[in-house]
Design a protein around this ligand. Structure first.
Ligand code: AMP
Length: 586
């Protein structure tokens, strides 16, 4: 058997251990799951605790619990743990030893070597301390690699073309952003910036403060430690919920005793309120993004990919801000908590001499959403497409968004579900619709929550719920990830239409219950053209030079034809391009 080398992400908040085996990266789970909280502590009997149990006692016994030791790596002064003191690398060694044990228990054999990741900005002394920590844990550290390099490896191990990648890494307690260059199998960090005191913990603290303010308004002033710990945890949970839902409910029963009676605490936080709270912190991260681009001597437009790393990048506003800044969606297919460990495992496998394949994850290649009233191209529209599950999201995935009724005493809402990327919903493919009737008699602006749940078999469940009453209706749409039946139907209809001498799109009224209007006949072609372009892009680096040139030219022509609605040119170029691809694939 080839020697196994572990990949370890020794993080400030969480640490993970991974192994590349049989063509895939596996994050090895221990008692705390895939993420080991980077906490070390002593229990009442002076026994060592690592991970979850240490984290759970942190608020109650800070004097015998250590968190975020990574921040002190490289310092020569010891830290106290109970009545003893340890060097930072000794504390890190306890975490590494725990990870090694987890791996060995799960694998059933012993492992002696590891690749460990460190932030790009780590100094020599910090890298040295990390290496020592590994060795104290009984691991030969075969390589120390930069975290952004590891993340890039996961996303790009299957690609060969030269690229400049921005790695935006927002974890629990630290933020860094790096520009990474890929060229001829070499991955190199060319600039890096960050703030090692900024992360998701700060987001939690803002919510916590908001909840404490509310408690104070309710007349509660003295809050015991236990209750504070519960509020902090509730704040983090609410934050995580707001990554997928528009509202979070915080309910803590028996939070404390007040005047001899139990006090139940209840609060609601909307995503919008939360986003306002964290905006100044995100502004700070974007300042660092500008700095790193400046240092790398690059304009935003020269970046080819943005990779999301660190648990806090699940926050939708983080993704939106980056998309706005760079004019392209960041990539988040790989679990942002596990990406760095996965990259370390890939590097480890390469060192062990294994042939490494691209990492595959199940994602949705389409965006799904509904139509609502809004602005499209600067003008009022009844058909603004509001994405709910975005393209490239790992599946299974569940997301919800809030919408508002548009007139007073509205009795029903129509939910139309679309697949596509266009801003005008009618330019996308309608995959289902339903109506919620019997809404409560409210003024306009009553909240309706739409929830989309997509599984890896392509089954999409959509529900709409009136927030005030809980009235809910849902539908299940099968096969949305396949080349949908609707697509095939449209294609057939076009073909028949052409036989009867129709020009594209003039195929007459569609049957009740399908996509309204004739617009979608061309739309379906548009979706196909986009799919063809996407497919072509994935084949470009396999193509010979001549083919490649033709392919690029045809992509451009198709783009132009789409923009100018030049149907004949579109048909011709699509046929030509399909033919090249057909020959390449056969
Ligand atoms: P990391 O250090 O990369 O493991 O990131 C940990 C941070 O990610 C913590 O602050 C978590 O609260 C945060 N986090 C984890 N899941 C989510 C989520 N779904 N939405 C927002 N933040 C999250």
């Amino acid at each position: 058997m080839m020697e196994k080398i572990l990949g370890i992400d020794l993080g400030t908040t969480n640490s993970e251990v991974a192994l590349y085996e049989n063509g895939t990266v596996t994050i090895i789970e221990g008692p705390d799951g895939k993420l080991l909280p980077s906490y070390v502590g002593l229990d009442d009997n002076n026994n060592l605790l690592v991970g979850g149990p240490a984290m759970n006692q942190f608020v109650l016994y800070p004097e015998r619990t250590i968190k975020s030791i990574k921040r002190l790596m490289g310092q020569t002064s010891p830290v106290a743990l109970g009545d003893k003191s340890y060097l930072p690398q000794e504390i890190s060694a306890m975490i590494l030893r725990h990870l090694k044990n987890i791996a060995e228990t799960s694998l059933g054999y012993s492992v002696a070597k590891a690749v460990i990741t460190v932030p790009a900005f780590f100094s020599d002394a910090q890298r040295q301390a990390t290496r020592q920590a590994g060795e104290m844990a009984g691991l030969e550290v075969v390589k120390i690699i930069n975290e952004p390099t590891a993340a890039t490896l996961v996303y790009e191990s299957g690609h060969k073309e030269a690229k400049k990648v921005l790695v935006y890494d927002l974890g629990g307690g630290t933020f860094d952003v790096s520009v990474v260059e890929l060229q001829d199998d070499v991955i190199e960090v060319i600039a890096s910036h960050g703030n090692n005191k900024l992360g998701g913990d700060d987001f939690d603290a803002l919510i916590e403060q908001h909840l404490l303010d509310q408690l104070q308004e309710e007349g509660v002033r003295d809050i015991p430690r236990q209750a504070q710990a519960r509020i902090r945890r509730a704040a983090e949970n609410a934050k995580k919920q707001l990554s997928t839902q528009p509202f979070a409910l915080i309910e803590e029963e028996y939070l404390l005793d007040r005047d001899g009676a139990p006090y139940h605490f209840r609060a609601e936080l909307s995503r919008r309120q939360y986003e306002q709270m964290i905006t100044p912190l995100l502004d700070e991260t974007l300042d660092a993004v500008h700095l790193v681009l400046h240092d790398a001597g690059l304009a935003a437009s020269m970046i080819d990919e943005i990779l999301m790393v660190g648990g806090s990048t699940r926050t939708p506003l983080v993704q939106e801000r980056l998309e706005l800044e760079f004019g392209m969606p960041p990539r988040f297919e790989v679990d942002p908590d596990l990406c760095v460990a996965g990259g370390a495992a890939l590097q480890a496998a390469m060192i062990a001499g294994e042939e490494v394949h691209a990492v595959l994850v199940d994602i949705t290649p389409y965006t799904f959403g509904i139509s609502a009233i809004g602005e499209v191209d600067g003008s009022f529209s009844l058909n603004k497409f509001v994405p709910i599950i975005k393209k490239n999201s790992p599946v299974p995935v569940t997301r919800s968004e809030v919408f508002y009724t548009s007139v007073d005493y509205q009795e029903e809402v129509d939910i139309r579900v679309y697949q596509g990327e266009a801003e005008n919903a009618l330019d996308n493919l309608e995959v289902g619709r339903f109506r919620v009737e019997g809404l409560a008699k409210c003024r306009q602006g009553s909240e309706i929550i739409a929830t989309f749940a997509l599984d890896s078999n392509g089954i999409l469940q959509v529900s709409a719920k009136e927030k005030a009453t809980g009235l809910e209706k849902s539908i299940t749409i099968d096969n949305v990830l396949a080349d949908t039946t609707a697509h095939a139907l449209q294609q057939a209809r076009e073909k028949i239409g052409r036989l009867f001498g129709d020009s594209a799109g003039a195929a007459g009224p569609l049957p009740e219950g399908t996509v309204p209007g004739m617009k979608t006949v061309t739309n379906s072609r548009k979706v196909q053209a986009e799919a063809l372009i996407e497919k072509t892009r994935t084949l470009l680096d396999k193509a010979g030079e001549d083919d490649r040139e033709d392919m690029i030219e045809l992509i451009e022509t198709i783009d132009q034809a789409l923009a100018g609605e030049a149907t004949d040119l579109l048909e011709k170029s699509m046929d030509e391009l399909s033919e090249i691809i057909f020959y390449m694939e056969s």
